[in-house]
Structures are given as structure tokens and as C-alpha cells.
Write a protein that binds this ligand. Sequence first.
Ligand code: AMP
Ligand code: MG
Length: 682
Amino acid sequence: MVDWSGGNDTGPAPRADAIWACVARDGRADEPVYLRNRRVAEDWLAALFEAEREAGRRVLAGFDFPFGYPSGFAEAITGQPNPFALWNWLQERIEDSPKTNNRFDLAGEINRRFGGQGPFWFNGLKRDIDGLPRRKTDYKNPFPERREAETRAKGAFSCWQLGGTGAVGSQVLMGLPVLARLRARYDAAVWPFEPLDKLVAFVEIWPSLTLGAAPEGRIKDAWQVAEIARAVSSLDPKKLDGILAVDQPEEGWIFGLGFEDDLRAAAAQPPRLSNSCFALPPGVHWTPVREALDLLNARISPVTRTTRCPVADATGHVVAEDVVAPRSNPPLPNTAVDGYGFAGGRGEGVHCLPLAEGRAAAGDRPGALHRGTAVRVLTGAALPEGVDTVVLQEDVTLQDGQIAFRGPIKPGANTRAAGEDVAAGDIALQQGTRVGAAEAALLAAVGVREVEVRERLRVAVISTGAELIEPGEAAAPGQIFDANRPMLLEVIRRLGHVPVDLGIVPDDRMALSDRLDQAATEADLILTSGGASSGDEDHVSALLKQAGAMALWRIAIKPGRPLALGVWSGVPVFGLPGNPVAAMTCTLVFARPAMARLAGEPWREPQGFEVPAGFAKNKKPGRSEFLRARLRDGRAEVFASEGSGRISGLSWAEGFVELPHEAMEIRPGTLVRYIPFGSFGL
Ligand code: AMP
Ligand code: MG
């Protein structure tokens, strides 16, 4: 996407109102590029088109100026109602160099053909130009003032105005000649005049159609091109087709006009991860678990979209921003018990108070009380004015319109202060909290109606291996049932994410590549199991490597051979080991906190407990070990076999014993760290 400029080169330092461009692919934008003048821009575009053509990729290039003039102008100038005739006519006449150009003179020349007062106006030069009015007051336009698209786009400028804030006229005159040359050179198709069946297509964009003000400190043009580029490249292909289905063969059209909400929704999608996001520092060999977790935490950020929803629909979602309490809980001081309310505490001894008429129950509007009297109050009632202390009904005798009770009683006893739980204006729920039962109660209590939440994280699960068949199918010798997929899908569901079952893929690179493509469109994270090491049939790691987005993390952990971490079309991939026990361990230890983070929750590691061992083991240094374990009689016992194919041991276990990276000699009674599966959220 390109933000064009009709002005001259003012130097190498990036600034507003120059030309800015930004390339995006798969919903991810590169850094915006500053192009100091039109020659630099034309060369840069040519190099881009060539490189993309070389790579076999198509380019949709957007430029922020009209591709045509109001109806009738092209024919009046060239004899044909054809926008390209006008492009070429301008291309032959516009003289452009970084420091000077002839646009105002050419505009004057055109105006003189039509009586010398229009269609163009505004002169940016000191010298007068015959036929080119400086102001709109002296102006007469023989053509329509606006194109049809501009009558629909609120705030769009007329292409006849050659200068002044927001004007676009100079960009058209100085842009169309460049596009005419690039179109010829790269056989580009121009929208909406031609079918877009070429490798390069040009579309007319207008960033202000959907974008508001740039964030503080950003150059507006640079920010806008990056936003638009990212939005357009994240559009659903069907949406894109809909936006492009326009019939306006002479004047042209603005991309996205009438589809502003779709463009905004696309822009609101969070950026995708970069290919290098899991790269490890050079020279790393075996990464300790602790370091691996810290690295992962540093590399990952939330990827799910935010949306507003009524509190009733918020459960299961992660809160996207801090939720401020609109009302205090409790909203007014009230009584915590059934009893009698009065003012102030009382010392030792017996106290009598006359009982006032009536009573205060939950839901009653608070009334007022005479000093020196008591009033009947029921649990939850707002305290009447003048009451700050309540005595329990069980501690009171009632006679002749009087209550009697024994002191001492402290001032404020048995009451709740307004806002003692949450005060209006306090943060009730912090960003990143998943809304469960308790949070639903809290949001309701403080009067929140709608919350900004994140969509749930969609996690795709793919099993890889030529030997795998669906559970229940007839098994030939050598085949095994896919055990990982049912396990992983259930873990994902338990953790509050949305599992996306993408089946089994045999050890076939093309098939796996297709399945990963599908996963990248349907999910925010992809978990594969099997094929993650560097053997002949390890196609997950081979494909990720081919895509230039692969890091093999050799994590010093048992069980769990290497973990292949990569990015496929902007979507993170966790290549888990094939052995079910290793797959489960790596999922709980590494994928779980990563999923939480991607879903917008804080990074969180499971709570472990120091308990005496019920077993003996000499642990070697150099890697962490996760033993299948359970608590019996206050001691951690471990599964008889450490073999990572023993799925029965996973079911036997109720948690892990985590042994540290260092050596450790364990005897019965030695304290070890036990992590119940519940600590992982299972
Ligand atoms: P791999 O990582 O592909 O070399 O697989 C390691 C071991 O795990 C092999 O014995 C595989 O047969 C086994 N395995 C791989 N995927 C699964 C699965 N989905 N269910 C059960 N076992 C598997
Ligand atoms: Mg395999």
C-alpha cells in the first residue's frame, strides 16, 4: 500500500507528506518504507514487482489517489472515454524531477482549453499561471465536481483541487504517469477497469475511509499504509472478491467503499507472529527447561481478537482490558445479620433502647432513625440513616417496646461498609483474567453490563505418521491407533480453548503442507505430534525449515525429544514428540503457558508442592525429568516404568514429580516437587 505525494523531494529524513509504502503478507506488515521522491518510489515499486514475480507471488498494489476523473473529462481531453487514454496523455506531458515539475503549468494549459477558469484550481507557485485560478471564488468547472465514488465517501476531496490540506489533485497528476509506466512494464491490471487476472494489480485506496488519527508519535502516512496493508492482507478472500466486484469503467472507485466495517474488522485483528519469532541465540545446544520457558514467554504475545459482549456471554472468555466497577459492592452500608440497629457502640453492662416503628429489610430504601432508638433490621438491608451498629437478634430480649442486650459491642459491629468489597472506580477484574463462575458473580455484583473480551484461542491438532489410523478402525500389522489426538483435543478443551480437529496426515510432505495451510486459516495455534525431530520421515520440522520459520529447540527434558517450534503463515506451530507420554509432558510444560499467553492470559506456571518421596532414584545431571506420579499417604509415588510409550502410566498418574536440571539422589522421604494435574488446569 502506497501513500503518494504530489510534492517535491525535501531530503532524506523520513517525514510526513512524502511517499510512504508498506508491504504486508498473510496479515503481517513489514516496516513502512520512506520513499523520498517519485523516482525513488518508481524504482522501489519496480524492484518489488520483479522480486514478487520471481517468487511466483501476486501483488495487490494500492495507491491513495483517484485512477480516473469525473465522467466526460477523459473523452474531452483524448477523444475517448477511456481512463488509460488519459493516463498515457498525462504520461507524455508531465515533466517530473525530484526538485521541480510542471503540474501547475499543465493544469493551466488544460483549463485554457475550457475557457480558462477550470476544471483545475489552486496554484502552489509564486508566479501566476494563465487560466489557473488561485481560489475557488474565481473558478468555473465544465465537468462534474466529483466522481460518483466521492459523492459517497464522506469527506473525500475533489481531484480538481491541486493544493491545500487534504487535497489530492496534485497526486493524481503526478501519480498517473508513474502508474502508466509501471502498468506497461509489468503488464499490471488496473481496478476496476480491467479483470484482475494478472500477477500485479493496482487498486485505488483512501486510508481516511476507515482509519482515524494515528497514535501519538507516529508519522500519520507511515502508520496508515501499514494499517491498511495489514488489514487488506488479512481480509478473507471471499470478502476481498466482494469488495472488488465493482462496475465503474470510467471514473474508477475507492477500494472498500461500502465495506468500511469489513476493513475495520480486518484492521482490528492482532498482528501475526513473525517467522523468526522462535529463533534461538546462536550456539545454543541443550536448553534447560527454565530457559526455554523464559524464552517462550518473551517471544509470545496475545493473538486473539477482542470483541465487546454482554456479561452473560463473557464466561469462558479472557478479559481484554481492565474492567472498572461502575458501582460499589456493597453499594450502601448494610447489615450482615438479622437484628437491631442503632448508633454507636456500647460498653460493658446491660443496655436498653426504645424500639422505633417499622423495620428495614433487604431491598428497602434506607430511612432515617431518631437518636437513642433502635430499629429492626434484616440481613442485607441498607442501614437507615443514623444506624452504624447492629446487635444480633439472638442476643436481644424484647419487652414493652424496648430492646435489651448486654455490652460490650463495638461500633460498626455486624455491618458491612459501602464498597468494602469493591469501590466504584476500582478495577474489578484485571486484563487477562478468564471469566469463570466467581468472575461472573463479581462482574454482576458491581453492575458491569458489557465487557471487552478476547475471542477464544483456536488450537488445531494434527497427528502425523504413516503408521497411524483412527481409533476403532481395522488395524493392519504395523499400524497403531492415534492416541495423541484425543488426548490433546481434551487438554485444549479443558484449558478453555477451542480444539480444532484436523485429523491424521501420513508421512507425506505435500499432504502435510496442505493440512498446515488449512490449520493456519482455521486456528490461532497449531499442535502437531510426531515427525518433529530431524530424521528422514520428520516432515513437520522439514517443512517448517523449508518455510524459513523453524527452530528446533533441544530442550533438556525427559521425556520429550526435541520440540520443533515454528511459524506457518504467521501461525505458531508446536511440533510435539510422537510418543504420547512425551507429547503430553511437552504440552503441559510448554504449550500450556504459551496457549494461555496467546489467548491473552498472563504467563503462568503450575503450582507445585514439596512432598516426601515414596521412591528411590539416582538422577543424573543435565536435564529436568517429569515422572508420572501420584500422592498416597502423603508421599509421592511414581509409575514403575519411565518408558515414554507407556500410556497406561499417564492414566495411573495424578500429576508429575518434577526433578531439577541438577543431579539428585532421592531416597524415601527426600522432599521432591509434586505438581498435580489440577495445577495445570486439567
Ligand atoms: P515420531 O516422533 O514421529 O518419530 O514418533 C515417535 C513414536 O511415537 C513412534 O513410535 C510413533 O509410532 C509414536 N506416535 C507418533 N504419533 C502417535 C500418535 N498420534 N499416537 C500414538 N503414538 C504415536
Ligand atoms: Mg513419525
